[in-house]
Design a binder for this molecule. Structure first.
Ligand code: SAM
Length: 216
């Protein structure tokens, strides 16, 4: 059973900065960073920006000085952390609170990149579909959707970790941040998308999937 919006907000309001110590996210994040040509992007949108860790790295090390960033999150704590982290970028970086609905308050075909890291895996299947439709709507043609999620273990130790993780999720989803393993490839494909990169990587026994697809 996925977390309700209120449960997700309460959990991440309390969790706050501890999100940055999710050690298993570093390797998948660097793979995504390397595979999505962020240096060519003029406008980036992020759904579920968390503490702003990924955005801060992008703006500091990868994108051009003109690139704009728009982030959204259901948690007021997370929005405040991201705003603080990105304040040096002034109007180039906008961070807004969301009501948790998968609908996005942005214009059609406004962005070159749509980022969503470790958020689809805590939404129900219908909400995942709506977020992806919204990504399609707000991306420019040939823009890239850039996703990371928890996925199924890709080795014997990783499958053992997955079994324990899934067991905790079933007892109480918030014990594992509301996230459960999914396969991104089941949600992203033709006719809307052409998958350019799909890779699963285990770090500390936790397996993540990284997907980059072009909006057709
Ligand atoms: C596991 S954290 C990942 C944060 C960040 N993307 C990262 O990779 O570090 C999930 C994030 O999604 C946010 N979130 C959860 N449900 C959401 C929803 N329905 N709409 C927007 N954000 C949501 C949480 O507040 C939290 O910041």
């Amino acid at each position: 059973m996925t977390l309700t919006h209120n449960q997700a907000r309460d959990f991440y309001d309390r969790f706050g900065k501890r999100q940055d110590y999710q050690f298993y996210a570093a390797v998948p994040s660097s793979k995504l960073m390397a595979r999505a040509n962020f240096e060519e992007a003029e406008s980036i949108f992020e759904f579920g920006c968390g503490t702003g860790r990924f955005a801060a790295e992008l703006l500091a090390d990868v994108t051009s000085d003109r690139t704009t960033y728009t982030g959204t999150d259901i948690s007021g704590t997370m929005v405040a952390l991201t705003q603080q982290r990105l304040k040096q970028y002034g109007a180039r970086a906008q961070v807004n609170i969301s009501d948790g609905k998968p609908l996005i308050r942005e214009e059609n075909e406004a962005f070159d990149r749509f980022v969503c890291n470790y958020v689809l895996d805590l939404l129900d299947t219908d909400a995942i579909g709506t977020v992806l439709n919204e990504a399609y709507r707000i991306l420019k043609p040939n823009g890239l959707i850039c996703l990371i999620s928890l996925t199924h273990g890709n080795s014997v130790p990783a499958r053992l970790v997955e079994t324990i993780w899934t067991w905790l999720y079933r007892i109480k989803a918030s014990l594992v941040g509301g996230c459960r393993p999914i396969r991104l490839g089941e949600f992203v494909g033709s006719p809307n998308w052409r998958v350019e990169y799909l890779h699963s990587v285990s770090s500390f026994g936790i397996t993540s999937e990284v997907l980059v697809a072009k909006r057709l």
